[in-house]
Each structure stands twice: as structure tokens, then as C-alpha cells.
Design a protein around this ligand. Structure first.
Ligand code: PXP
Length: 240
């Protein structure tokens, strides 16, 4: 059974747009869990554009299920993650000018710093460390060699494909990558751009996915149906 982790960053995006104290992403996390999420994801960005440091500390106290801390290799953010010691730390690439995470890590190019960061997080007691990568076999080999226990496959190219042919090609890449990562002994996660329309197509084609991280589509739908219903609908799709 695949676990559903909900990314609550965009509740904070809305709060910060008016420099208000609401909507509170921590209250949102609580509601997501009550409505069927197996855990919560947040990304503490270097520019703090959505989640703030105090949110992180409160999330650690409130979240009952799995807490996934997404982060770059930036020294001070890694320090906060070590202090918080979430259930899972997912290392992602980060560029200040990007609107959202644009692709997977180049684990081959940045092997040394990723190896050192994985070791630092594990030493601090973070039991599961994942790297967010594109569905590419060489990147998967490099991920295994960093000492990470898990991999999050980037599903963005699949989600963004507008032509059926491109979508099919991306599904084949994800299917092969998930199989290979599993064979390498990595726990396989997936995320980015998954939504109510493309999720079943993805899940029917790609094996070994132990959890998915979904944010934007659920928070966007919550404007029309409420957060509890939006999460429950996604949970129903994922658990079917
Ligand atoms: N996984 C990672 C590593 C991400 O950076 C994001 C986006 O914050 C997601 C999953 C969730 O993507 P989306 O918001 O498109 O569902």
C-alpha cells in the first residue's frame, strides 16, 4: 500500500501573501492527518518564502504520522534539520529564482557534498534520508553510493507531458527507474505534479512506490471543496 504524504507549503504561501497569521500550515497539517494523510511534507527554503522556522518546530510537535523535511544542502538548513530530527529528510536541489523545484538533483556532479550531508543527517539521528532525482539509472547508482536509504523519483516530466506519446515515454522511464531503484535496495518514493487526473495512470504503471508526496493539486482543490475533502479524495485515489 502506498502512503500519502501531503505537502503543506502552499498553505504558508497564502498566509505569507498577506503577511498574516492565517491560514496556519500547522493547523492544516493536523486537518490533513485527520482526513487520511499518512504524513506531512514541508520544504524549508533558504529564502523562507513559505514555511518559516517556527512552523518547523510546531510541525515537529503536532504531526503524528511521518514528517518529511525537504531541504537543500545549505549548511544552516541542514543544521536545523539535524536539530529537528524528522522521520525523513529529503534532499532536493534549490535555486532562489525558481517558482518550484525544477528537477532532480545531479547526484553525480554533487556526489561529495551529498555523501557528506547524508552522513551528517544520519549521524544526527535522522533514520531515513532520501534524494530527489530524475528517473535515470546513473543517478540512481550515484544515489545508492551516497548512503541514502531512499529515493524520491521526480514525476514532473510525466506530469507536464501534454502529448500522449511523451506521457507514455515518461511512464516507461519511471517504471524502469522504480524497478532498478528497488533492486538497488532503495525505498522508492515519488512526487511532483501528481494530481487527481494523472495519479491512477502513474500508479497503475509504476511499481514499488512506498509513498507519494503531493502538494499543489490538493491545496488548490481545497479552495473549492475544503482541505479535509480534498485530502480525503486524494487518499481514496492513492489507497484504491
Ligand atoms: N516532492 C518534491 C521533492 C517537491 O519539491 C515537491 C514540490 O514542493 C513535491 C514533491 C510536491 O509537488 P506538488 O506540489 O507539485 O504536488
Amino acid at each position: 500500500m502506498t502512503n500519502l504524504l501531503i505537502n503543506i507549503d502552499h498553505i504558508a504561501t497564502l498566509r505569507n501573501a498577506r503577511r498574516e497569521l492565517f491560514p496556519d500550515p500547522v493547523e492544516g497539517a493536523r486537518l490533513c492527518e485527520e482526513s487520511g494523510a499518512d504524513g506531512i511534507v514541508f520544504h524549508l527554503r533558504e529564502d523562507r518564502r513559505h514555511i518559516h522556522d517556527q512552523d518547523v518546530r510546531r510541525l515537529k510537535e503536532v504531526v503524528q504520522g511521518k514528517l518529511d523535511f525537504e531541504l537543500s544542502v545549505s549548511d544552516d538548513i541542514v543544521g536545523i534539520c539535524c536539530e529537528i530530527c524528522p522521520d525523513l529528510a529529503t534532499l532536493v536541489p534549490e535555486r532562489r529564482e525558481e517558482i518550484t523545484t525544477e528537477g532532480g538533483l545531479d547526484v553525480i556532479l554533487h556526489h561529495r557534498v551529498l555523501y557528506q550531508t547524508v552522513a551528517r543527517l544520519k549521524h544526527a539521528g535522522v533514520e531515513e534520508v532520501a534524494l530527489f532525482v530524475d528517473p535515470d539509472m546513473d543517478q540512481i547508482d550515484a544515489t545508492r553510493d551516497t548512503g541514502a536509504s531512499s529515493i524520491e523519483l521526480h514525476t514532473g516530466d510525466f506530469a507536464n507531458a501534454t502529448e500522449e506519446e511523451d506521457q507514455t515515454r515518461e511512464l516507461f522511464r519511471l517504471e524502469a527507474a522504480a524497478g532498478y531503484a528497488h533492486q538497488c535496495g532503495l525505498v522508492v518514493h515519488a512526487g511532483h505534479g501528481l494530481n487527481y487526473h494523472n495519479y491512477r495512470c502513474f500508479a497503475d504503471a509504476v511499481p514499488h512506490i512506498s509513498e507519494v508526496s503531493i502538494g499543489f493539486s490538493v491545496i488548490a482543490r481545497s479552495i473549492f471543496v475544503g482541505l479535509g475533502n480534498a485530502v480525503a479524495e486524494m487518499a481514496q485515489l492513492v489507497k484504491r
